[in-house]
Design a protein around this ligand. Structure first.
Ligand code: PHE
Length: 368
C-alpha cells in the first residue's frame, strides 16, 4: 500500500509541475482560464482526484487529501498571480495601441483644405478694430427702396448724382416706384436713424452694386459704412477715427493720409481719403512712398439727411464714411486685380485665402 501512496504522490508532484508550467506559459487571459478549468473546474484534474479520495484507505486518504489541497492552493495562487500579470500586460498594450500623439499635425480634410476668402477675413479685421472703438454693427438688405438709397440721402429724383451711380434698377411696381440694388451702404444710415434715437455709433458692412467693370471695378463690391451722430460730434472726431482705423488695419505706426475736398449730396463738407503707399517689387508698403489709392468717401452728415429721418439738425450732428473693403484688402495683401476676388479660382484662393484658425484679434495682431 506504501507503494500506492508513493506512486500517487509522484503523480501529484508531476501534475503540480505540469499545471504550474502551463499557468506560466498561458499567453493571455483566455488561455489562463482554460488552464484553470482543466485543473480546478468541475471536471478538472484536481477535482477528479478529490473525488477519488473516497476509494482510498483511511490512512492514505488523510495524507493524500492534504497533498491535493496543497496543490489546489498553490495552483490557485499561481493562477491569481498570473492573472494579475496578464491583466497589467493587456492594459499596457491597450494604452500603447490607443495612444494619441497630440503633437501630430491635424489630418488633411476640410479644415486644412478650406480657405477663408480675403474679403471675409478683412471684414472681420474691420469689425475687430471698430468694435474696439465702441461701434456696433448694423445691416441692411442688398435690394433697397429708391427712397433709402437716394431720396432720403438728399438725392432727389432727377438729381445728376443718380446717373453717376450706374444703378441696377428693378422693373417699376404698379405704383410706379422702383427698387434698386443698393449702390452704396449709405441707405443703412437711413435705416438706422429711422429705427433709433441718437447717440448713434455704427458700422454697416455689405455688398453694393454698380454697372461697372475693369481692373479696379467689379459690378458687385463691398463697403463698410460708418455713422456717428451725437450732440457735439465734429470733423476732428472723423479724422481721428479714420487715422486710428488705418494705423490698426495696416498695422503701421504712422500712415500717410490725404483728405481731398469732394462732393456727396448727403454730407457737407465732403472729402475723399487716399492712403499713401510705395510699391517695392511686388510688395506694397503703407506709410512710405508717393503713390496714392482712394479708399473712402466721408463727411459731416448733411442737415437735410437729418431732417429726412426726423432728427433736429440744431441739436444733433455727426459724420459718415463709406470705406471700400475690396480696395483696402488689395492694398494690405498686395492683390493687384479686383476681378480675381470673384473668379472662384482655387489656386488664387489657396494663395491669398486664410486658414480658418487665423482669427483676427487686436491682442494677437490683426493679421497674425
Ligand atoms: N456712399 C458714398 C459712396 O459710395 C461714400 C460715402 C459714405 C461718402 C458716407 C460720404 C459719407 O461713394
Amino acid at each position: 500500500m506504501g507503494n500506492v501512496g508513493t506512486q500517487a504522490e509522484t503523480d501529484l508532484t508531476a501534475l503540480e509541475k505540469e499545471l504550474l508550467s502551463s499557468i506560466e506559459s498561458a499567453s493571455d487571459l483566455a488561455a489562463l482560464d482554460d488552464v484553470r478549468v482543466a485543473a480546478l473546474g468541475k471536471k478538472g484534474k484536481i477535482s477528479q482526484l478529490m473525488k477519488e479520495l473516497g476509494s482510498l484507505a483511511p490512512e492514505q486518504r488523510k495524507s493524500f487529501g492534504q497533498a491535493i489541497n496543497q496543490i489546489k492552493q498553490s495552483v490557485g495562487t499561481a493562477i491569481g498571480d498570473r492573472k494579475k500579470d496578464l491583466e497589467a500586460a493587456a492594459l499596457a498594450s491597450r494604452l500603447e495601441q490607443e495612444v494619441a500623439d497630440v503633437t501630430l499635425p491635424t489630418r488633411s480634410g476640410a479644415l486644412a483644405e478650406g480657405r477663408i476668402h480675403p474679403i471675409s477675413q478683412v471684414t472681420e479685421e474691420i469689425y475687430e478694430i471698430f468694435a474696439d472703438m465702441g461701434f456696433s454693427i448694423a445691416e441692411g438688405p442688398d435690394i433697397e427702396t429708391d427712397f433709402n438709397n437716394f431720396t432720403a440721402l438728399n438725392i432727389p429724383p432727377e438729381h445728376p448724382a443718380r446717373q453717376e451711380h450706374d444703378t441696377f434698377y428693378f422693373d417699376p411696381k404698379p405704383d410706379g416706384s422702383r427698387q434698386v440694388l443698393r449702390t452704396h451702404t449709405s441707405p443703412v444710415q437711413i435705416r438706422t436713424m429711422l429705427a433709433e434715437d441718437p447717440p448713434i455709433r455704427i458700422i454697416a458692412p455689405g455688398r453694393v452694386y454698380r454697372c461697372d467693370s475693369d481692373q479696379t471695378h467689379t459690378p458687385m463690391f463691398h463697403q463698410v459704412e460708418g455713422l456717428v451722430i451725437d450732440k457735439h460730434t465734429h470733423l476732428g472726431h472723423l479724422k481721428w477715427v479714420l487715422e486710428e482705423f488705418c494705423k490698426a488695419f495696416f498695422e503701421v505706426e504712422s500712415v500717410k493720409m490725404r483728405f481731398r475736398a469732394s462732393h456727396f449730396p448727403f454730407t457737407e463738407p465732403s472729402m475723399e481719403v487716399d492712403v499713401g503707399y510705395a510699391k517695392v517689387g511686388d510688395e506694397i508698403r503703407i506709410g512710405e512712398g508717393d503713390e496714392w489709392l482712394e479708399i473712402l468717401g466721408c463727411g459731416m452728415v448733411h442737415p437735410n439727411v437729418l431732417r429726412n429721418v426726423d432728427y433736429d439738425p440744431e441739436e444733433y450732428q455727426g459724420f459718415a464714411f463709406g470705406l471700400g473693403i475690396d480696395r483696402v484688402a488689395m492694398l494690405k495683401y498686395g492683390m493687384p486685380d479686383l476681378r480675381a476676388f470673384f473668379a472662384a479660382d482655387m489656386r488664387w484662393l489657396r494663395h491669398y485665402g486664410f486658414l480658418p484658425f487665423d482669427i483676427p484679434t487686436l491682442a494677437r495682431g490683426i493679421s497674425a
